[in-house]
Write a protein that binds this ligand. Structure first.
Ligand code: IPE
Ligand code: IPE
Ligand code: MG
Length: 244
């Protein structure tokens, strides 16, 4: 049953919600529209979900916008997605700032165009002091690539004698990931009915609650987020420990 948003007890509200925004293409196909129309509506769902998350008191929202494997799509679609990202950053940073939201981007920026990198840098800088919510957008992000990057960096440190292999534990590895400043996600939601992580936050999702919803991403809204939060509140998290 759907409860009013304010009725979600603070103690059961996830601190960090991560979303695999999937199903834009199928949303468009069901309406006999081009895939680009699905991605455009997907950007609207991002706006709604960001605002709703902040209103509901979520501290960290992380959204998967473009995976390191999405370059395999046709050039036209990649270019549509990058175009939408550009427009999103151009239009929304002011609004994020107004809502007290801090913007962070995770992923490999070296393959992004110079103007998108500049928009990212400006957006991150402009919102750096905001504390109402941290919005992290994963762009050209892959969990395996992230771990490989961290391992290369640690191996360099060992080679130079700056890192002692005995110091490499879980926390040390976490500190070498893009997500070093944010807690692990409590809840990972994937839309569109697919039940896989597709290389998203592989390390960080070790103990996340996973939730797969059938709605296509462009149909996602505050009410659907509230339903997911209510379902999360019913989950029994154990982290490997024995229940009392
Ligand atoms: C999600 O929708 C957007 C991205 C992956 C960038 P899709 O484009 O994957 O839509 P489907 O899965 O083909 O329906
Ligand atoms: C995952 O969706 C990536 C993003 C949402 C950005 P995909 O549509 O790319 O995943 P697969 O190919 O179905 O696993
Ligand atoms: Mg997909």
């Amino acid at each position: 049953m759907l409860e009013a948003p304010h009725s979600i007890a603070e103690t059961t509200l996830p601190r960090h919600v991560a979303i695999i925004m999937d199903g834009n293409g199928r949303w468009a196909k069901a309406r006999h529209l081009p895939r680009a129309a699905g991605h455009r509506e997907g950007a609207e769902a991002v706006r709604r979900t960001v605002t709703a998350s902040r209103e509901l008191g979520i501290e960290f929202l992380t959204i998967y916008a473009f995976s390191s494997e999405n370059w395999k799509r046709p050039d036209e679609e990649v270019s549509d997605l990058m175009g939408l990202l550009r427009v999103y950053l151009q239009r929304e940073i002011k609004e994020l700032d107004k809502q007290g939201i801090r913007l962070r981007i995770i992923g490999d920026k070296t393959q992004l165009s110079a103007d998108i990198c500049k928009l990212i840098d400006d957006g991150e800088r402009k919102t750096t002091d905001n504390s109402d919510m941290v919005l992290t957008i994963a762009i050209n992000y892959g969990g395996q690539a992230e771990l490989a990057m961290a391992m290369r960096c640690i191996a360099e440190g060992v080679k130079e004698g700056k890192i002692n292999p005995d110091d490499i534990d879980e926390e040390f590895i976490s500190k070498h990931l893009y997500t070093r400043d944010i807690p692990d996600p409590d809840l990972v939601i994937r839309t569109s009915g697919e039940q896989r992580l597709s290389n998203f936050l592989l390390w960080q999702a070790a103990y996340s609650e996973l939730m797969f919803v059938d709605d296509y991403w462009p149909d996602f809204d505050k009410q659907k987020l509230v339903s997911a939060l209510n379902a999360f509140a019913e989950r029994d998290r154990r982290f490997g420990a024995r229940k009392e």
